[in-house]
Design a protein around this ligand. Structure first.
Ligand SMILES: Nc1nc2c(ncn2[C@@H]2O[C@H](COP(=O)(O)OP(=O)(O)OP(=O)(O)O)[C@@H](O)[C@H]2O)c(=O)[nH]1
Length: 645
C-alpha cells in the first residue's frame, strides 16, 4: 500500500510540475506569437504612414493647392497601390475645409476637419500622424485616419492629406486573425483607453471594454500598462490564458485569448494517460514490493514457526540453527543460544530440585509449605509414610483433611502465630498408624519483600522415641543401678510427695533408716562381688518386707531407707522394723555360699511442720541409737537421742 501510494503521489506531483511548466511554455508561446503579430501590425501601420507621407511629399509644389489638378495625381497613385489599401483619400486646406475626396461623398456644407486629431495635430506639429479610431462623419464607417501635412517651400502648412482605413471591412486588422491561438481562441485589439477596435464578436466593436458586464483581471492589468501573459477567468467565467502586447506605432493593445481547456486538452489527455499508467505502475510496484517483502519475511516466518514448534510441540532447538548468513540467521542463532542457556539452567534447576526432593523425601521428617488458606502447597514423601497421603494428593488439602478436626484445631493457633511473622515450635500428640506419637512442629514464616507472610514452612519430626529415651534416662537417674530400688534422688522426691500426701490426709508416716551391720567385714571376707550380691538381696528382702505403697531406697553403700506411709502408731512402725530386722537374719545366698548378715534400723515418726532433712536426721539418729545398742535391732527416735529398744 505504501509503495502504491508513494508511486501515485510521485507521479501526480511530477504531473503537477510538468503541467505548471507546460502552462508557462504555452503562455510564453502565446505571448511570442502575439508579439510577432504586434510587430506585423506595427509594420503595416508604419508602412501606411510612410505611404501617406510619401504621397504628400510626392505632390509637386504647384499642385499642392490646385485641388482639381491634384485629384488625378492622387487617383493614379491609389490605383498603383491597389484599390483596397485605403477607404478614401481626402485633402483639407489649411482651414480644415475638405477640398478633395477621391470617393464621391455628400459633404455637408458645414463639414470641417478642424477639431479632429488627424487635422489639428498635423497642422500643429507639421508631421504625419495616425488618428484615434473614430466613426466617419461622412460615411459612418469605423476608420482610422493616416494624415500628413502639405507644406510650401517655407514649411508652412498648405493643407492636410488624409487617408482613411476602414477598420471593420478592409481587413486591415483581420489579417492577423489567422494567428489566433487554437480552435476557439482569438485575437482582439483595443485602444489604450479600452475601446475595442477589433474583435471576433462584431457586436462589441467600438464599444468600451467595460460595456460588457463582469471583469477580466488580465485586461485591467493590460490597460494599466502590463505586457505579457496571465491565466485568469474570462468575463464568461471560463479560464483562459490571456496575452497582451502594445503596438509601438499606435499604443493600441493587441490581445490574445486562449481558453485553458483547449490549451491544455493535450495536457489533460496526457494527464489521464499518465494517471492510468501511474495507477498501473503503482499497482505493479506495490505487488512487486509485497512479493519482495513476503520473500524477505519468509525466513522470519520460518523462524517464528520453529519457535512455535519448540514451544508447543517440544521440537529440538537445533532447528533454530539453519545456517543462514544474514540477520535472520543471526537472530535464529541468538534464539538458539538463549534457549540452550535456558535449557541448561532448567536442567540444572531440575537436577537441584530432584536432589532437594530426594533429600526431603528421605528425611524422616514432614516438610511442607502451607498457604494462607491453611492448605498444603508442598509436602515431602514422609507424608505418605506417616499419613498414607502421597505428596500430589496433599496439594490443596487443608489441615483438618490431614489431621482431623480436633488436631487441626490444636495446630491452628501456633500456625496463626507463624502467619503473624514469628517462628514457632510446639509439640502435639496424635495417633499415627494406630500408635500414639508425639510430634514436634516448627513453623517458619515465608516473608515477602514487603514484610507480609506468603505462607509457612512446616518441619515436623517424630519425638516419641526421644521422649521415651528421655523418660528412661530420667528413670535411670532416679534408680539405684545395683539394687534396682530408688536411689537418693528418687527417695528425696518420694519423701516430698509422701510428706505432701501426709499433710493432706493427716495420716503420719514413718521413716526407717537401715545400715547392714559390719558390712565392711563381709566385703573384706568375701570380696566386693559378694558384698554386692548381699546388697542386692538386702534390697529385695526390704522391698518384699514392706507394702507396695511404701518406698525402699538405697542412699549409699550399705545405707537404706524405707518411707512407711499411713502409719497409724509407733507400734505399727516398730512392728515393721522388727519384721525387717528378722528378714535380714536369714543367711544370704551368694556365689561364695551362704553369708550371714544383719541390719540395724532407726525409725522416726514424722512430726507436723517437719522438713525432710529433719525427719531423715531423726531416723539417722535412731539408727545410731540402734547401732549403739549392739546392732541387729531397731531403735525408735525419741526427742532425746539414743533412746529406743
Ligand atoms: N560390696 C560393696 N561394698 C560397699 C559398697 N558401698 C560401700 N561398701 C562398703 O561397705 C562398708 C561399709 O562400712 P561401714 O558401714 O562404715 O561399717 P560396717 O562395717 O558396716 O560397720 P557398722 O556399720 O558399724 O556395723 C565399707 O567397707 C564400704 O567400702 C558397695 O556398693 N558394694
Amino acid at each position: 500500500m505504501l509503495v502504491f501510494v508513494a508511486t501515485l503521489l510521485v507521479t501526480l506531483s511530477t504531473l503537477g510540475v510538468a503541467e505548471r511548466g507546460m502552462k508557462g511554455v504555452i503562455g510564453d508561446q502565446e505571448y511570442t506569437l502575439l508579439s510577432g503579430a504586434a510587430s506585423f501590425l506595427d509594420d503595416r501601420i508604419a508602412a501606411r504612414v510612410t505611404q501617406v507621407e510619401a504621397l504628400a511629399s510626392s505632390i509637386p509644389p504647384q499642385l499642392r493647392t490646385d485641388w482639381s489638378a491634384l485629384r488625378p495625381l492622387l487617383a493614379e497613385q491609389v490605383r498603383l497601390w491597389g484599390a483596397d489599401q485605403f477607404l478614401n483619400i481626402v485633402v483639407f486646406d489649411n482651414d480644415g475645409d475638405m477640398r478633395l475626396s477621391l470617393r464621391a461623398l455628400r459633404v455637408p456644407p458645414d463639414f470641417s476637419a478642424r477639431g479632429t486629431d488627424y487635422f489639428d495635430r498635423v497642422v500643429e506639429t507639421r508631421r504625419s500622424m495616425i488618428s484615434a479610431p473614430r466613426r466617419s462623419r461622412l460615411t459612418g464607417e469605423h476608420i482610422v485616419v493616416f494624415s500628413a501635412p502639405l507644406l510650401d517651400a517655407s514649411g508652412r502648412v498648405l493643407g492636410v492629406l488624409a487617408a482613411s482605413v476602414d477598420l471593420q471591412h478592409s481587413g486591415f486588422l483581420r489579417q492577423i486573425g489567422t494567428l489566433k491561438p487554437g480552435r476557439t481562441g482569438y485575437l482582439f485589439v483595443m485602444t489604450q483607453q479600452g475601446v475595442i477596435i477589433d474583435h471576433p464578436d462584431e457586436s462589441r466593436l467600438f464599444q468600451h471594454i467595460g460595456m460588457t458586464p463582469g471583469g477580466n483581471r488580465g485586461t485591467e492589468m493590460a490597460l494599466g500598462g502590463f505586457e505579457g501573459w496571465v491565466e485568469t477567468p474570462s468575463k464568461d467565467g471560463t479560464d483562459a490564458i490571456y496575452a497582451y502586447k502594445r503596438l509601438r506605432t499606435t499604443g493600441w493593445i493587441l490581445a490574445a485569448r486562449y481558453p485553458t481547456d483547449e490549451a491544455f486538452a493535450p495536457m489533460h489527455a496526457m494527464r489521464q494517460n499518465a494517471f492510468f499508467s501511474a495507477v498501473g505502475l503503482a499497482l505493479a510496484a506495490g505487488l512487486l514490493a509485497w512479493v519482495l517483502v513476503f520473500q524477505l519475511l519468509s525466513p522470519l516466518q520460518a523462524l517464528r514457526d520453529n519457535v512455535a514448534a519448540i514451544r508447543d510441540d517440544g521440537a529440538d532447538i537445533e532447528v533454530l540453527r539453519d545456517g543462514r548468513r544474514d540477520e535472520i540467521g543471526e537472530l535464529g542463532r541468538a534464539f538458539h543460544a538463549l534457549m540452550a542457556e535456558r535449557e541448561r539452567a532448567e536442567s540444572a534447576r531440575a537436577a537441584s530440585e530432584k536432589r532437594l526432593r530426594l533429600i526431603t523425601d528421605n528425611l524422616p521428617v514432614l516438610i511442607s509449605y502451607i498457604d494462607r488458606d491453611y492448605r498444603f502447597h508442598f509436602g515431602n514423601a514422609t507424608f505418605e509414610k506417616w499419613f498414607g497421603v502421597a505428596p500430589p494428593q496433599l496439594i490443596g488439602m487443608d489441615l483438618a483433611g490431614l489431621l482431623g478436626e480436633e488436631a487441626a484445631g490444636d495446630v491452628a493457633p501456633h500456625l496463626e502465630q507463624s502467619f503473624a511473622g514469628k517462628s514457632v515450635t510446639h509439640e502435639i500428640g496424635i495417633p499415627l498408624r494406630g500408635e500414639p506419637r508425639i510430634l514436634q512442629a516448627t513453623y517458619i514464616p515465608d516473608l515477602r519483600p514487603d514484610g507480609g507472610v506468603a505462607g509457612v514452612y512446616a518441619l515436623v519430626h517424630d519425638t516419641t522415641h526421644v521422649k521415651e529415651v528421655e523418660e528412661q534416662l530420667l528413670q535411670l537417674a532416679r534408680v539405684d543401678t545395683l539394687t534396682g530400688i530408688a536411689n537418693r534422688r528418687m527417695f528425696g522426691e518420694a519423701l516430698q510427695h509422701a510428706l505432701d500426701r501426709m499433710r493432706r490426709s493427716g495420716k503420719p508416716l514413718a521413716l526407717a533408716y537401715l545400715d547392714i551391720d559390719y558390712f565392711k567385714k563381709i566385703n573384706d571376707t568375701w570380696g566386693h562381688g559378694v558384698g554386692d550380691e548381699v546388697l542386692k538381696e538386702f534390697a529385695r528382702r526390704l522391698t518384699l518386707g514392706v507394702r507396695a505403697t511404701d518406698t525402699p531406697a538405697r542412699l549409699s553403700g550399705d545405707e537404706f531407707v524405707v518411707i512407711l506411709e499411713e502409719i497409724g502408731s509407733r507400734e505399727e512402725a516398730e512392728r515393721i522394723a522388727a519384721k525387717i530386722v528378722a528378714a535380714m537374719r536369714v543367711p544370704f545366698h551368694t556365689s561364695a555360699g551362704p553369708v550371714q548378715a544383719s541390719t540395724s534400723v532407726g525409725i522416726a515418726l514424722s512430726q507436723p511442720g517437719q522438713t525432710q532433712e529433719q525427719l531423715l536426721a531423726a531416723a539417722d539418729s535412731a539408727l545410731y541409737a540402734a547401732k549403739g545398742k549392739g546392732r541387729d535391732g531397731y531403735a525408735f527416735f525419741e526427742e532425746r537421742a539414743g533412746q529406743g529398744r
